[in-house]
Ligand binder design. Sequence first.
Ligand code: ZN
Ligand code: ZN
Length: 384
Amino acid sequence: MRPACYFVHSEAYKQYKFNDEHPFNQKRLDLTLDLMQKYELIKPNQFVEPRYATTEELELIHDPNYIEAVKKCGESEKLPIIAASYGLGTEDTPAFPGMHEATSLIVGGTLRAAELVMSGECDHAVNLAGGLHHGFRGRASGFCVYNDCSVVIAYLRKHYDAKVLYIDTDAHHGDGVQWAFYDDPHVLTVSFHETGKYLFPGTGKIFERGDGQGFGYSINVPFEPFTEDESWLDVYEQVLSEAARGFKPDVIVTQNGCDSHFLDPLTHLSCSMEIYRQIPKLAHRLAHELCDGRLIATGGGGYDIWRVVPRAWTLLWAELSDQGFSDNPAIPSEWIDRWQADSPVQLPPFMFEAEDVLPDIPRRPEITSKNKLYIEKALLHAPK
Ligand SMILES: [Zn+2]
Ligand SMILES: [Zn+2]
C-alpha cells in the first residue's frame, strides 16, 4: 500500500547555515526527525530525497540578477559590493559558502513534495526545511534567500493551472508570498501572525486584501501580543474554514512556522503546544473536504529548537500521517537521553504542557475581544 504521506528530507539541508551565532539553526531538523523516529511515527518507505530547483524554476519568482548575486555571494571569500542592494550579507541574512546550492535544494524539496502530491503518489508531503516565506523577488529578507513557498505556488499555477490556498501560521507575516501573488485571484494567501506593530516585518495588516483582480485574495489576521491558545484557535478556525470553503482550492500549501509558542525567543505570543496539534488538523480536514487531500506542508520559523520545534513538527507529521495524538504522551526517554547533554535548557517531559507552566496573561479578556473583532474584518472581502 502506498503511504498517504511522504517526508522529503536530506542531510544536505544542514548546509543552509548562516553562522554559529545565528538563531536559524537546522539542528532542529535532526532533533525533530529523531523525535518522530523515537515515537515510531515514520517508516523507511516514507522518506524521499529532495532535488535541486533549476534556475528556470527559481526564475518563476526571482529576478535573474538576484539569483546571480546569490551565486556570487556563495562563491566569493569577500562579500561582493552588489550584495547589499539584494539584502544579502546583512545581520539577518548573512552570506555563506554555497548559499545558492543550499537554498536551491530546499526549494527543490518543496517542488518534489508538490510533484508527489499532484501526481497522486500520495495525498500529502512534508518538507520541513522549507517555509522560507520572507524571500522577495529581488531581495533576501528575514533569514530567507529563495522563497520555496512562492516558487512552488508559481509552479503549481504554471504546470497544473491549480487554484492554490496558502496558509501561513508562522508568528511573522508571510510577506514574500503575499506580495508575489497580491493581484492574482487564483492564489488565496491567509496569514495568521503577531501584529506587525512590534514585530518583523511590520506588514500583514487587516486591510492588506490584495489588488486589482486579486482584491479579496489576501487575508491577514494580526494577533495582539500575548494572545493564547483559545483566542488564537477561535480566530484561526473561523477565518480559515470560511475562506477556504469560499475559495474552493485545488491544492493547499501550508507554512508551519512554530514561533508563536510562549517559549520562542523572537516573538511575543503566548500559545502552547496545543495549537500545533490543532493547526494541521484543520488544514488536513479542509484538504480532504475540498481538494482530494492534496496538501503540501513546509516548516518555517521556530527558534526554541530544543523544547518547541521538535514537538511542534512531530505533531504536524503525526496529524498528516493519520497518527495524531489524542492523549498527552511522555517524550521518549531515549530522545531525552540522547539530547539533554547538548541542550542548554531542560528538555520537556511531555508532548503538551501542564496548565501550571503556561504563562499568566495580563489583559486576557481585552486581547481576546480585540482578536475576535478580526474574524469579521478579515473575512469582509474574502471569496464567498
Ligand atoms: Zn517566524
Ligand atoms: Zn490525510
